[in-house]
Unconditional design. Structure first.
Length: 139
């Protein structure tokens, strides 16, 4: 149970860190979750539509539109029409949002990478398996 309690504490700490970022940048916490989801999708080579983003975040169509309108007005995302199918619109994160995120989350990411450098491949595999299993369990 100690590890479960530590995981819960880390989740709360990361949530507070994310909330501070949102507040200091005039964003809603869901805006931050959306940017993370969009960057994760881009890193995986996936395009994201408004509908898909809404389903990932648990938002209805109106909520997704309001979210994207806010993020677009702030200059954090842009809507891009598909070159092959002009009816399809994907959402991309603007480089300004990435830069803003790195300014806030970069030091935390660097600390995490520093901790991970202390593990050998077997230990990293165990951490990866545990976190992947927890993601599946939470999903």
């Amino acid at each position: 149970m100690e590890i479960v309690h530590l995981l819960r504490a880390v989740a709360l700490d990361l949530g507070r860190h994310s909330a501070r970022f949102a507040q200091s940048n005039g964003m809603h916490p869901t805006d931050v979750r959306a940017l993370i989801a969009l960057m994760d999708a881009a890193r995986a080579g996936e395009q994201t539509t408004a509908g898909h983003l809404g389903s990932v975040l648990g938002l209805n169509s109106a909520g997704s539109t309001a979210l994207l309108d806010r993020l677009e007005r702030a200059g954090h995302v842009r809507r891009v029409r598909d070159a092959r199918d002009r009816r399809k619109v994907t959402v991309e994160v603007d480089e300004q949002a990435v830069t803003l995120g790195w300014a806030h989350f970069g030091p935390l990411i660097e600390r995490a990478l520093g901790l991970l450098r202390g593990y050998d491949e077997r230990e990293l595999a165990a951490v990866r398996n545990f976190l992947s299993g927890m993601r599946k369990a939470a999903d």
